[in-house]
Design a protein around this ligand. Sequence first.
Ligand code: GLC
Length: 465
Amino acid sequence: MITRRNLLKTGGMLTTMPLFAPHMFWDKLTNYPIPSKTNNIKRFGDGRDWFFKKRFGMFVHWGLYSISGWHEQHQWRGQIEREEYSKLSEKWNPDRFDPEVWLDLLEETGMEYICITTKHHDGFCLWDTKQTSFNTMNTPYKKDVIAMLANACHRRKIPLCLYYSIADWHHQNYPNKGRHHELLPQKKDQPNWENYLKFLRAQVYELCTKYGEINGFWWDMNVPGHIDSTINQMIRRLQPNAVINDRGFDEGDFGTPERDFEADDSSGFSRPTEACQSVGMESWGYRNHEDFYTDQHLMRSIDRYLARDSNYLLNVGPMSNGTIPVESTEILKRIGKWYNAVKESLVNAKPASHLTSNRNIMLTGKDKTLYIHLNKEIPGNVIKLKPINVAPEKAVLLNDGREIDFIIRFNPSDHTEGKAYLSLINLPLNEFCNTVLVIKLTFNRPVEKLTLPFTPYDGDSNWYL
Ligand code: GLC
C-alpha cells in the first residue's frame, strides 16, 4: 500500500513513474478533464486594493439600543414611540469604551480591519455631527466615538470602514411610510426626501472629511430604492481608497451576502464580495442573554467565503458601557486561534476548487501548495481528491501541525473509470468536532499540473481479479 510513509521512502517516484496494471488502461490513456476554472475576481487596480489583502474584519453594531439590550432595531421591532426611544440618549455614557481594547481583540482574532455603525436605523449618531443634535456629544458621554476609534485605527494602521443607515427613524424628513425597516408615519414628521438627502450628503461629507483616511463606506437599508451615483462619487473624490458596498445609491464596489452561508453554495463570485455575520443569532447589537452560534458554524461560514476569494466581517455588539461582552470576546478568541493557524490557506491563496470534482470540500492554492478545506459536513475519515493523481511530498494538518496519511489508490466507487486517485486517509475527524480542518499539501509541481495522464497503480489491491 502506498501511504505517506512508504511513499516518502520511494521519494515519490511513483508519481512520475507510474506502475502499470494493464487492466487499468485498456481503454484510453487520456487525461481526466479538469473542470473549468473558477473566475478570478478582478482587482480595482488602485488604493482600494487593500480590500484583497486584508480579508477578515470586525463588524461593530453599537448605539443607544445597547442600553435596552434587546436588538439593534428595538425601536421598530419593539414598537417604541420615537420620543420614548430618544430618551435613551440621556443614558448614553459608555465610560469603559476604550478603542485600544477593541483593537487588541481584533488583532488577537487575526482580523485586519473594522467597520462600525456611525448611524443605525434609529438615527443616533456616534460622531460629532453638526446636522442633528441626536448624537453622542449631546449625551452624558459628550465624546466623539468615531474620532476616538479613528485615531486608534490610524495609529495601528488598521483600515476603518463606516456603516451608515439610509433609513432613519428619527429624522423628521425621512419618509417613514411603514415599508420594511420603517416606522409608520409619525405625528411630527415632515416627509421630504430632497431635504433628507441634503442632510445625508452633509453627514457623509463630515464622515469623509473629519477623520483622516477612511477605507470603506458601508451603506445599509436604501428602503426607498433611490438611485443616484453622485453620492458615491463624492465619497470617491474625498476618500479614493474607500471601498463602497452595494446597499447604497448605486451598485458600489462589492456585494454583501448576509447570514446565509448555508444557502450559498456557489463556486465563486463574479464581483468582489464581503459576507457578514454576527456571533449572536438574533441581534447585531448587544442583546442580554443572546443565543450564540457554535464556533464550527462560524468557522465554516468564514472559511467558505474566504476560500472563494471573498472577504468576511464578523460582528460583535458592544454593551452600553463600551465593552465587548465576555461571551463574544471568548468566541472571537477561539475563532482567532483557529484562524491564525489556517490563515495562510485563506489569505494570499487563490480559490482552486476547480481542481477536484469533490464538492464536499473547497480548495485553495498557491504555486506548489494546495490547501484542502473541510468546511462542510464530512461523512467519513477520508477525503478523495479525484481527479488529482499525484502524491504530495507532504500533507500537514494546519490546525495542529500533525502529518496526514495519503494514498493513491483505485477505489471501488471509481470502478467504471478504472483509475487511481489521491485520497487523504485516516483523518482525525472524531478528534476535531467543533472546528474546520485545513490540510496543506506540498507538491513537487504547480498545483495546476496534478493530473497525470497515467494513473499510478496502488500495488496492493486485487481489484482486477
Ligand atoms: C440586517 C439588519 C440590520 C443590520 C444589517 C447588517 O440588515 O436588519 O440591523 O445592520 O443586517 O448587515
